[in-house]
Ligand binder design. Structure first.
Ligand code: FES
Ligand code: FES
Length: 149
């Protein structure tokens, strides 16, 4: 039996310890905000927070998640400054990559509350968006950091 926390609640599972966390989150917990894209750690749409840092849940097994604190997009309050900034900047197009973008942005701002534009680009660079919302993502992060009012 493996146990860990998801959005503040204890989760216990007897599933195969090698199961990718993204599948468990989506299929067993029904938290479908976390998306599946490349499955190879390169697109970022499966990004969740693990103990406060951004991690790719397609690259993390249930065994790797043991005893850790996982936060998915569903665990982020609608009044969180990053979600509010995302709405103000009308960031999403199709929306598929956006949960991963938001989770990566929150992890960035928790480490670096007032990043420069260059630091934002560097931190968000590996979260891909086929709709090309990169400029709005950057503005939303600047807004959430208080650099844009
Ligand atoms: S699905 Fe995990 S990085 Fe692409
Ligand atoms: S909003 Fe469509 S892939 Fe990013």
């Amino acid at each position: 039996m493996i146990s860990f926390f998801v959005n503040g609640k204890v989760v216990r599972t007897a599933s195969d310890p090698a199961t990718p966390l993204v599948w468990f989150i989506r299929e067993e917990l029904g938290l479908t905000g976390t998306k599946w894209g490349c499955g190879q750690g390169t697109c970022g749409c499966c990004t969740v927070m693990v103990d406060g840092g951004a991690e790719r849940s397609c690259q993390m097994s249930l065994q790797d998640a043991a005893s850790r604190r996982i936060t998915t997009i569903e665990g982020i309050d609608e009044a969180h400054p990053v979600k509010v900034a995302w709405l103000r900047e009308s960031v999403p197009e199709c929306g598929y990559c956006q949960p991963g973008q938001i989770m990566n942005a929150i992890a960035l701002l928790s480490l670096n509350p007032r990043p420069t534009e260059e630091e934002i680009v560097a931190a968000m660079d590996s979260n891909l968006c086929r709709c090309g919302t990169y400029n709005r993502i950057k503005r939303a992060i600047l807004r959430a950091s208080g650099k844009i009012k």
